[in-house]
Design a protein around this ligand. Structure first.
Ligand SMILES: Cc1cc2nc3c(=O)[nH]c(=O)nc-3n(C[C@H](O)[C@H](O)[C@H](O)COP(=O)(O)OP(=O)(O)OC[C@H]3O[C@@H](n4cnc5c(N)ncnc54)[C@H](O)[C@@H]3O)c2cc1C
Ligand code: FES
Ligand code: FES
Length: 1355
């Protein structure tokens, strides 16, 4: 029920005044006592207003799925309003009383038509699972409405906070850029086609809608669904608000005096919060709960902006507004040009939606509370000598402090009111840097600011005191004081000065060793390198051309994409690039995901209590404090389980709740059940868990091997625990010319489905209805049946769709459905569990980490002669899903290994049971052989591609665990085509030339081919039912597969339409369930789509036969008779033809196995000094056979490729090595690629003239293979790193364990201050390795004796 217009008195105090309202989609909602003071807007929208189109995942401002558009009074202009995008998970609903919001439902829907942004996203195939889509649209809508314009650059910039795991972003960017004023004409033409197809012309002007109203008439604007119109005015509250409710004080003053008065009421040591954007809780979630909230959003004085000299900004000015002001002032006032630098830096803070509401003062207070926070705002303001104005509750005096003093000022009952920025002398050089694990929306490893006055006429001598400050070093470190004083009066043109300064810096910078941070050595090296970077940049053209690249950052141009594919018109709609059948519901928020199902009266919510230790015994768990919280109903644990305490049917035990032995940190101890989610989550934290026998866990393969926790996997050919072999390895090694040994470690990966795992269990008259985010309803059913110890037929599982799977919802989500079932049975009411991201990431296992050890023998040319590979898979605490036993085939990739011994080993660690993740093991096996070939190429000093080509397998040659090939398509067709399309030879030369010309930026170009043996396992079987309705001939298909974004429903609909010979509009796909789809297997491994399409085809053909028989009868009567489909169906019905067909896709009738081929060419560029990298261009050619839907397939290829890029670069997992806690458990620490991390130029070609005699309708699967060749990002980065190392005389092989983070790239380059130069390759210019170092106590001397340091001078 939506909140009522009336508000009753809250518990124990004065209820909020009746006037507190928000306007949502043009309707007013009262914020009554049923709304908790800490309720966020997203919960209000979803739970109270019942608008589930706005999604929720991280609750940290880090993923963007909750984006809505807000309109709030513009504090700078009386009576005016401002519109901007916000993260609804951050805003407290009470704090935005008086604002109005638009959600995706309002933008467009099936009743009123769709907004152009929505149509563009579907038309460009920009949705897969669709869970991110509402957020993407609302972010772009916010951009359009707030600025009134949309350029291609704005599209890219504004998507910095929206994650998508499915698409690889390219189609999303294209969709929105098609609407940009300066968008590419090809994209615009496509958009026109989409508009035509949707017949969505502007009813007023008749033109195709451009996303904003072109009509000059005001009334047109207000009725326009497409852009600037329908501005929902806010309803500002003009009076102070103060109330007490449930022990919480809430104040909403209008003036500074009001704030002071509110602060006066705060007791000493009371926990209170000034609420502005409330985004701080996205970073420091544990800071609350508070007993007093003071919302300062209505205090106009805090928004004051005074432009001039000095520039003053009120404390509540948002980061976005500050950036606008800085830009304006920098352009207007010469002494404020330095603000350009702040603009660039502040645009790298958080993301657009956080910056739209987050204030600079709130940011500073985070730094004040948490000195370790690498605040960009603090550092940059400090560097420019900004002054803060503070007021105190008890006095009317104001206090002016600089940023360093602020850090040590007691801020209790103090308020920041303003910041003052002074002009800066124009001869001052100001540089700032922020080095991050990915391009945007990431905190700094290290940030740095350099403010140095120099005299260019006098050897760039430093005038006065330079400012050199760093963040991310340790909580206390800010100024590099010794380095600052050392540089005073010295010439920056002196290389020894630079080297000495860097070495000195290396001594005074002492990074702390925090497990979640980058290594101290990297952070120290970054500090040194950034100093050098700043100096090179300041010296400008005084340094030689090769060195210039040391002074710049990587510049990312606007991205673009190209796709090429055959039209394959012969079987349309099979083969046609039609939009996904559910995309219209996805873009309007109408698509229903598990947690969008409305709650039933009396439905309860569960939140897990989790362990902190990985290896311990559970002594006790006391929930009494939690149970005292109003609204908490019960605490459920292992003793409540009537059946088996394991959510893994048929495997080793994986307990729902800990019985005694803790197996991993994050494991569920129990479940708190409460009336609402927020209460359950809060109470779960209060359960007091005690442990005994706490021990240090084994968290890595290496640690587990030391404890002997390994077993050889079962050889699936022999059924024994033994290696797989081909040829005779022992003999083979006797013949070899060269031998190498090596290792490759590959890390884990979180699936990061944008919809977390969730389940809802509802008791029914015959058992339980289970709604679950499962890829495997049958096993969810079995797991609930076993846990509750009831028959399977009592459990009905149904799944409409899931918001991404990638393997993460095959079995891992059973823990949620089982726990909900136990609670539902005990409490006899519906129970829902929707875990938050932190819980999801720690509760369940991820992709298995791998360790490969190899010994390889080869001849002088690099031809493989013998190979031994041991692959160790980290299965976690129980090896139910280790995939290593299947990797003997993939480890050969497209190569011939005449003598091969492959030993698959499963290792147990004290971590959550790891699980399948998109191409489980296959990608790691492929990476292993590619790494081996790179190793050989390095040893022989050959081009790695040459070694690859030399080893390509020929047809008819025996293969391990795979039949001999009919053809090597990658050798015969794909590589020649790819090399030509990517202009490989030419670009290879260009890369070499670039590397010669640039000392500090290096490029790498690499090609990785792929053979992917696609073998349908016989247990992959699905139930399919096709029903034709006699009423109008429409068709409903139910299949046992799960739509999770891969397009199974679209392809099934296409196949049904083709086989029945009807328009696709007649076909609809229904939810999957365990009644029609009984006993269906998991949807995964790219098998589900193929087999369900195969089954649908057979079912439809059977129906068509029956229908055709009637048709023939009719034609016999009258050869000229023309029957419409509808007439024919009606006739069939009248003649008792069964219009339903069920088909079971028996294993023996599967399509035959086939090979999938592909290759990718990637060019990367690295910044040697920082380790940051840019993917310049990716060219992919993949054999999809006759694609059933080219855009669905290209979407799969691009999405899988980018997921692989994340796996191999930024997605790093960290544990607390003492306790075993997963530290990478949210968006702050875990970094999948964003829209600005994908290749700048992304080109995908589906192999032309391809077909597949063995697959379904000539097609090939596309869901997984492309992830395998994403290893190309590692091989390309290797080229770039190797180029730098070679230049420094080191051509040795080096290990590249993955993920290859920015930190690792830089560390592998191994830059030392002694390598700093100003002129490249000039004799006498570089600094000798044995250059005299200044020890700490010599610093003072060094400062004094600056005049004598000229030995390596340029001049
Ligand atoms: C996803 C995400 C990414 C981020 N990335 C970065 C980043 O890369 N770099 C970076 O530097 N920051 C980053 N941040 C931090 C972000 O800049 C801050 O969260 C934001 O600026 C805080 O402003 P706010 O108005 O939301 O503060 P709130 O959350 O409303 O308040 C934060 C704290 O400040 C106090 N406070 C607020 N205003 C005042 C005042 N006037 N006087 C005294 N106390 C006050 C509050 O009591 C509270 O304790 C990120 C945040 C998020 C959520
Ligand atoms: S749920 Fe709000 S940003 Fe992730
Ligand atoms: S479509 Fe973006 S997360 Fe699935």
């Amino acid at each position: 029920m939506a909140p009522q217009e009336t508000a009753a008195a809250g518990e124990g105090g004065v209820a909020p005044p009746r006037r507190l309202k928000v306007k949502i989609n043009n309707k007013y909602y009262t914020i009554g006592p049923e709304v908790s003071k800490t309720m966020t807007l997203v919960d209000f929208l979803r739970e109270q207003v019942k608008l589930p189109g706005t999604k929720v995942l991280c609750r940290e401002g880090g993923c963007g799925v909750c984006t809505v558009v807000a309109t709030a009074p513009d504090p700078e202009h009386e009576g005016a309003y401002k519109t901007f995008s916000v993260n609804a998970c951050q805003l407290l609903v009470y704090a935005c009383a008086g604002w109005s919001f638009e959600t995706v439902e309002y933008l467009g829907n099936r009743y009123d038509g769709y907004h152009t942004l929505q149509k563009a996203l579907t038309g460009f195939y920009g949705t897969q699972c669709g869970y991110c889509s509402p957020g993407m649209i609302m972010t772009m809508y916010g951009q359009l409405k707030s600025s009134g314009s949309l350029t291609a650059a704005q599209v890219e910039e504004s998507l910095d906070g929206n994650l998508c795991r499915c698409t690889g972003y390219r189609p999303i960017l294209d969709a929105f850029k098609s609407l940009a004023e300066d968008g590419d004409q090809c994209l615009k033409d496509k958009l026109v086609d989409i508009e035509e197809a949707n017949r969505a012309r502007c009813p007023k002007t008749g033109n195709a809608c451009k996303g904003k109203c072109e009509s000059s008439k005001k009334e047109d604007e207000s009725s326009c669904k497409n852009g600037q119109g329908n501005q929902a005015d806010a309803d500002p509250i003009e009076e102070e608000v103060a109330f007490t409710d449930g022990g919480i004080q809430w104040y909403r003053p209008l003036t500074l005096v009001g704030v002071r008065n509110a602060m006066k009421k705060i007791q000493r040591d009371e926990k209170y919060c000034i609420v502005v954007g409330n985004t701080g809780q996205g970073v420091y979630k544990e800071d609350g709960p508070y007993t007093t909230y003071i919302s300062t959003n209505a205090v106009k004085a805090l928004y004051n902006i005074s432009v001039g000299e000095p520039l003053v900004l009120g404390a509540n000015v948002s980061l976005s507004r500050a950036i606008e002001v800085f830009q304006h002032v920098a352009n207007t006032y010469p002494n404020y040009r330095y603000l350009d630098t702040l603009v660039r830096h502040w645009k790298l803070v958080a993301n657009v939606s956080v910056r739209n509401t987050g204030s600079w003062a709130g940011n500073l207070m985070l730094k004040h509370k948490h000195h370790e926070f690498p605040s960009d705002i603090f550092l940059t303001l400090l560097a420019v000598d900004a002054q803060l104005t503070l007021i105190h509750a008890d006095t009317t005096d104001t206090l002016q402090v600089d940023l360093e003093t602020f850090l040590t000022t007691d801020m209790s009952r103090r308020l920041i009111t303003a910041v003052t920025l002074s002009p800066m002398a124009q001869d001052t050089q100001f540089r700032t840097y922020k080095i991050t694990p990915r391009t945007v929306n990431a905190h700094a490893y290290v940030n740095a600011c350099f403010k140095i006055r120099v005299d260019p006429e006098d050897g760039f001598k430093v005038i006065g005191n330079p400012t050199i400050v760093y963040g991310g070093i340790n909580p206390d470190f800010i100024h590099a004081k010794q380095t600052e004083s050392f540089l005073r009066g010295r010439s920056l043109l002196q290389v020894p000065t630079i080297v000495k300064a860097a070495r000195l810096l290396g001594k005074e910078v002492k990074p702390d060793a925090q497990p979640q941070d980058a290594s101290p050595q990297y952070r120290k090296s970054l500090a040194q390198n950034l100093l050098y970077k700043a100096i090179v940049s300041i010296l400008g053209d005084k340094v030689s051309n090769e060195i210039v690249s040391g002074g710049t950052m990587l510049e990312r141009p606007l991205s673009s994409g190209q796709q090429e594919f055959d039209m394959n018109r012969d079987m349309w709609p099979v083969g046609k690039a039609i939009p996904k059948v559910e995309s219209a519901t996805q873009i309007s928020g109408e698509a229903v995901y598990m947690d969008d199902i409305p709650t039933l009266p009396g439905e309860l919510h569960g939140a897990f209590v989790q362990t902190k230790y990985a290896k311990a015994k559970l002594k006790s768990a006391d929930a009494s404090e939690a149970l005292r919280i109003p609204g908490v109903v019960a605490y459920i644990n292992a003793s409540d389980i009537p059946g088996k305490n394991s959510f893994y049917p048929g495997g080793g035990p994986d307990p729902v709740f800990i019985d005694e032995q803790v197996r991993y940190a994050g494991q569920a101890v129990g479940l708190i059940v409460a009336n609402d989610r927020e209460t359950a989550v809060r109470a779960a934290k209060l359960v007091n868990v005690e442990y005994e026998d706490i021990a240090k866990p084994a968290l890595t393969i290496v640690e587990a091997l030391q404890e002997g926790r390994e077993e050889v996997a079962v050889n699936i050919m022999t059924g024994k625990r033994e290696p797989h072999s081909l040829g005779d390895v022992e003999e083979g090694f006797k013949e070899v010319k060269h031998k190498l040994k090596g290792e490759l470690q590959q890390g884990s990966q979180f699936h990061l489905t944008m919809e977390a795992i969730a389940a809802r269990v509802v008791p029914t008259e015959d058992g339980y209805d289970v709604f679950s985010t499962t890829q495997w309803p049958t096993q969810t059913q079995s797991s609930v049946a076993e846990v509750l110890d009831i028959p399977a037929h009592c459990i009905n599982v149904s799944v409409r769709r899931i918001g991404g799977g990638y393997g993460g919802k095959i079995t891992r989500q059973h823990v949620v459905s089982s726990a909900a079932a136990v609670a539902s049975r005990k409490l006899r009411c519906p129970v829902r569990i929707v875990v938050d991201l932190n819980t999801h990431m720690s509760l369940v296992g991820w992709r298995e980490p791998y360790l490969s050890k190899y010994e390889v023998g080869f001849d002088d040319d690099g031809k493989l002669q013998a190979l031994r590979v041991d692959m160790f898979s980290d299965a976690g605490h129980v090896p139910n899903e280790a995939s290593v036993g299947f990797l003997a085939g993939p480890v050969q990739n497209a190569y011939h290994v005449p003598n091969l011994l492959f030993r698959p080993v499963i290792v147990r660690t004290d971590t959550a049971a790891n699980t399948w993740c998109r191409t489980p093991g296959t990608v790691e096996a492929l990476a292993t052989i590619e790494n081996i070939l790179e190793h050989i190429a390095n040893y022989l000093k050959k081009d790695p591609l040459e070694v690859r080509m030399l080893n390509m397998v020929k047809p008819e040659v025996p293969r391990l665990m795979a039949p001999p090939l009919e053809r090597n398509v990658v050798l015969d067709e794909i590589l020649p085509l790819l090399k030509q399309k990517a202009m490989y030879e030419q670009r290879k030369e260009e890369v070499e030339a670039f590397n010669k010309a640039n000392r500090w930026k290096k490029r790498g170009l690499s090609i990785v081919p792929l053979w992917y043996g696609f073998n349908y396992p016989s247990m992959f079987r699905y139930g399919i039912q096709v029903s034709i309705y006699e009423h109008d001939g429409t068709v409903a298909v139910t299949h046992g597969g799960i739509e999770m974004g891969q397009g199974i429903n679209t392809k099934v609909a296409q196949v049904a339409a083709h086989a029945l010979e009807i328009p696709i509009e007649k076909v609809i796909i229904k939810a999957s369930d365990t009644t029609v789809g009984a006993n269906s297997i998991v949807t995964g491994g790219s098998f589900g789509t193929d087999i369900c399409c195969h089954g649908t085809k057979i079912a439809c053909e059977a129906l068509r036969q029956r229908i055709d028989a009637i048709k023939e009868e009719e034609l016999k009567k009258d050869a000229n008779k023309e029957l419409t489909w509808e007439e024919l169906i009606r006739m069939c019905h009248m003649r008792d033809v069964d219009l339903c067909e069920r088909y079971w896709t028996a294993g023996k009738e599967h399509p035959q196995r086939y090979d999938i081929w592909a290759a990718c060419c990637l060019e990367v560029e690295i910044d040697v000094l920082t380790g940051q990298y840019l993917l310049h261009r990716a060219d992919i050619v993949e054999d999809c056979g006759k694609s059933m839907n080219p855009f669905v397939d290209i979407g799969q290829v691009e999405g899988a490729f980018i997921m692989g890029v994340g796996l191999y670069t930024s997605e790093l997992v960290k544990f607390n090595v003492e306790t075993g806690e997963k530290l990478s458990n949210g968006t702050w620490e875990y970094k999948p690629p964003t829209a600005l991390d994908i290749p700048v130029d992304m080109r995908v070609t589906l192999l032309p003239n391809a077909s597949n005699p063995y697959g379904v309708l000539g097609s090939k699967a596309t869901g997984e293979p492309a992830l395998c060749f994403s290893y190309v990002v590692v091989t390309a980065l290797r080229q770039a790193i190797a180029a730098f190392r070679a230049e420094n005389g080191n051509e040795d092989w080096f290990d590249m364990h993955t993920p290859l983070t920015v930190e690792k790239v830089q560390q592998l380059c191994g830059v030392r201050p002694e390598q700093f130069r100003l002129v490249s390759n000039l004799e006498g210019e570089t600094c000798p390795e044995d250059f005299q170092m200044i020890d700490g106590d010599e610093v003072a001397d060094a400062v004094e004796s600056d005049a004598n340091e000229a030995s390596c001078s340029m001049t």
